[in-house]
Each structure stands twice: as structure tokens, then as C-alpha cells.
Ligand binder design. Structure first.
Ligand code: AMP
Ligand code: GLY
Length: 423
């Protein structure tokens, strides 16, 4: 089989590594990919939003299956265009990817189908939003409706901050057109858990849980980032939580999408908050998490191609989804200064130690192949993942492996998985 992966981050590298394990696959392409993906796949210089070029490439090279890793092309309708051209593709169509593409849509869906989430109101007029804030309880959470690279959420402590936030999102358009509408919602407290799942339109199968670390600095301080590290499974995702979510959230979401005429095929990522009143949905994503994929996929026992095909064909009920009975921790190696400003182009040393291992992985995010070797090319550079028999061992292994890698301006958090000690 020939497989094409669309995307260029650590998530797509983790997907590619999983695909490379499948005995069904003899060729992997990635558009556009990165230096690490280039070691196991052929990277082609086509951007993830260049739909016409992706369709032509897949036809010309007789690609049997395309896996779309990123949110932008999913929300933009890449799956629809590929299907219209007779190609097989794993990921939700545009009318289902709206689950991530519009927060107002997903909040209305949850309300209509009684799926537990924070109380909220949607607004498309800044004046109405400002008036609403006068009586809202503080702190309050403001969310730009559309995709904003994970940055369109503002947590405001008081009325002044919240009013400023509405102006930032809806008038100054800091997040672009994503801010034409917004959601204002109740602030919740609790632990966050990420749960990824495979969905075939009707059936949903849950992957092992994970937890992300979104802030730039130790102790969850500093700015929000794309994610500084993850661990899997989450010790806070107990059987009780699992039972609640199975009863009230997972199947309910899949059924709601089907009932709305928007059957979802692909990965649904449930961002959950474990509140005192039980689990609540913080957000949905229509794809694997990044860096969640880096700790979840290496632990998956199934052939990812079989699972992806079952999601497309509606036969997921026949798949017995299984994960290794161990743990994994991923520590992101970033460029000093991320997420604000940072230098690029520094040579990376030590990557060879990870090659061929099933216990240690070094997933590339912002890297580039040059004549001198592989150099840094982004804010998040690498995701160093290690397995262990339990979370503590996996964490120790992951931090040990971060020492194998060196590059100028290397920055990481030193407390990824610290919460494990409180479990
Ligand atoms: P989202 O993109 O919707 O997941 O929001 C990004 C982050 O903002 C989440 O991971 C939470 O840490 C925080 N957040 C979002 N919504 C709420 C809420 N209603 N209450 C508290 N924190 C929230
Ligand atoms: N790690 C959060 C996300 O992928 O959106």
C-alpha cells in the first residue's frame, strides 16, 4: 500500500512512525513533512492547504490511503475534495470537522444533546457581548469561534479584562476571522485530560488517555503554547470517570453528529475537565492531539492502517483496540523564547541514538535538513518520548533521553508529569 500523510509536525511524525510499522505499507509520502519524517517517508513539497496539488499528487502516485493530521485542511474540506476525486482518505469531512472549526457550533450541539459542558452564550455582535458581561460571573472565559492555532481562548479575571478581551477578539480581530463570532462561557476548575478516539460514523473506540502541559514554564506559568509535553495514561482518568464519559459524552457526541446529518469519520479529541460535579467537555478537536499523539500512538498495539480503514468503511465495531500496559512521557525540546520569538538554524546533535528503538522516540516538529545536517526550524523543535513500565519510569527515561540531544538555545520544561506524584 502507498500512504500519504498531510501535515508537518510531531503529530504527523508519530502517525508516520505508526504507519511505518504496518506490514501492509510499502511506501509513505508526507506533504510537506519535516526532516524527521523524511527519514521514514518521502517528503513532497506541497503545503497542507494546497488541495489541488494534494489531489493530483495522490492520483498520479496511486496513493491508496491519505491520512490528514492537521485541523486546517480538515476544516477547509480537503477530505471532501479527495473523496470527490475518488480517493480514500482518513479524516472528517468539512461538515463534521466543524466540531473543531466552530466553537459556537460545538457548544450548541452539546446543549441540544445534553452533553455536559460549561454554561455559555454565543455572540456575533460585540455590543451584545459587552452588555452580557455586565452581569456575568468572574472569572469568565472568552473563545474566538474559529480556528486560532489553539490561541483563541482568553481567561479573564475581572470585568475590565473581559471587556478588553471582547474588543481584542471581535473588534481588533487579533485571531482574524475566527473572531467574527465568539463564545463566552463559565470558568471551570479541575484537572484536564485529553481523550482521543477513533470514530466510524456510528461506533466510537477510545484510545488510552493523556495529559498535555500547555504553559511555557514550569509550574504551569507563562504563556500558552502548542504543548510542552504529555504523558499517557492519565492516572486521574479513573474507571469512574471513564464510565461517566461513556454514558454521557462519547457515544452521545457521535450520535449527535449523525443525527445532525454530519456523520463523523476520523479522530475525535475530547478535551475534558474533571470538575467537582463530574467530567465536562472543554473542547472538541477533529484530529489527533499534538503532542498527545506522541505518547498515545507508540503504545497502540493495533495496525493503524486497519483501524483507519475501519473508520472509513464503518466497520470499527469489528476492531479490538488495544494499548500496551505501560506508560509514555513526551518532553518537548523547544527554542529558547518560544512562543514569542526565537532564533532558528542551529545544528541538532544526538538524534542517531533514537533510531530503531521501540522504547525511545524523537519526534520532529520544527526541524530542517540542510547540507550541514538537521537544524532547528521552529519554536517546538523535537518531542522526546520514552516508555516505561509505569509513569514514573517513563518520565525518568524521557528526561534521561533529553540529555542525548543538544542544540543551541535548547529549552524544555523540567516538570512534565509532575502531577503523577499527586495521583
Ligand atoms: P480550549 O482551546 O477550548 O481547550 O481552551 C484552551 C484552554 O483554556 C483549555 O485547555 C483550558 O485550560 C482553558 N479553558 C478553556 N475553557 C475553559 C473553561 N470553561 N474553564 C476553565 N478553563 C478553560
Ligand atoms: N495538545 C492540544 C491539541 O492538540 O490541541
Amino acid at each position: 500500500m502507498k500512504v500519504l500523510i498531510v501535515g508537518s509536525g510531531g503529530r504527523e511524525h508519530a502517525i508516520a512512525a505508526s504507519v511505518a510499522k504496518s506490514p501492509k505499507v510499502d511506501k509513505i509520502y508526507c506533504a510537506p513533512g519535516n526532516a524527521g519524517i523524511g527519514q521514514i517517508a518521502e517528503c513532497v513539497p506541497i503545503g497542507a492547504m494546497e488541495f489541488d496539488k494534494i489531489v493530483s499528487f495522490a492520483k498520479e502516485h496511486a496513493v491508496d490511503l491519505t491520512i490528514v493530521g492537521m485541523d486546517d485542511p480538515l476544516v477547509g474540506g480537503l477530505v471532501d475534495e479527495m473523496e470527490a476525486a475518488g480517493l480514500r482518505v482518513f479524516g472528517p469531512r468539512k461538515n463534521a470537522a466543524i466540531l473543531e472549526g466552530s466553537k459556537a457550533f460545538s457548544k450548541d450541539l452539546m446543549k441540544k444533546y445534553n452533553i455536559p459542558t460549561a454554561a455559555y452564550e454565543n455572540f456575533d455582535d460585540p455590543q451584545a457581548a459587552l452588555a452580557y458581561l455586565e452581569t456575568a460571573k468572574m472569572p469568565v472565559v472568552l473563545k474566538a469561534d474559529g480556528l486560532a492555532l489553539g490561541k483563541g481562548v482568553l481567561i479573564c479575571q475581572n470585568l475590565e479584562e473581559a471587556k478588553e478581551g471582547v474588543r481584542t477578539i471581535m473588534e481588533d480581530k487579533k485571531f482574524g476571522a475566527a473572531g467574527n463570532r465568539m463564545v463566552i462561557e463559565e470558568f471551570m476548575t479541575g484537572r484536564e485530560v485529553s481523550v482521543l478516539s477513533f470514530v466510524d460514523g456510528r461506533t466510537i473506540k477510545i484510545m488510552s488517555s493523556a495529559q498535555d502541559h500547555k504553559r511555557a514554564q514550569d509550574g504551569d506559568r507563562g504563556l500558552n503554547t502548542g504543548g510542552m509535553g504529555t504523558f499517557s495514561p492519565s492516572p486521574f482518568y479513573t474507571e469512574e470517570v471513564d464510565a461517566f464519559c461513556k454514558e454521557h459524552i462519547y457515544q452521545a457526541t457521535v450520535d449527535a453528529m449523525a443525527a445532525e446529518g454530519r456523520p463523523f469519520h476520523g479522530v475525535i479529541f475530547f478535551g475534558l475537565m474533571l470538575t467537582q460535579d463530574g467530567p465536562r467537555v472543554l473542547e472538541y478537536n477533529a484530529r489527533f492531539g499534538d503532542p498527545e499523539a506522541q505518547v498515545v500512538l507508540p503504545r497502540m498495539k493495533n495496525d493503524i492502517i486497519e483501524v483507519a480503514e475501519a473508520c472509513i468503511d464503518g466497520t470499527l465495531d469489528q476492531i479490538d483496540l488495544q494499548f500496551e500496559d505501560n506508560a509514555a512521557v513526551c518532553v518537548v525540546l523547544a527554542s529558547e523564547g518560544y512562543p514569542v520569538s526565537y532564533e532558528k538554524g542551529f545544528l541538532i546533535n544526538g538524534l542517531e541514538r533514537f533510531v530503531g528503538s521501540d522504547e525511545y522516540y524523537c519526534f520532529h516538529a520544527g526541524t530542517k535538513q540542510t547540507e550541514q545536517g538537521i537544524v532547528t526550524n521552529g519554536g517546538r523543535v523535537l518531542g522526546v518520548t520514552a516508555k516505561g513500565k509505569d509513569l514514573k519510569e517513563a518520565r525518568a527515561n524521557a528526561y534521561e533521553a533529553t540529555k542525548w540531544i543538544s542544540f543551541d538555545n535548547k529549552y524544555m520544561r523540567n516538570d512534565i508529569g509532575k502531577a503523577i506524584d499527586e495521583a
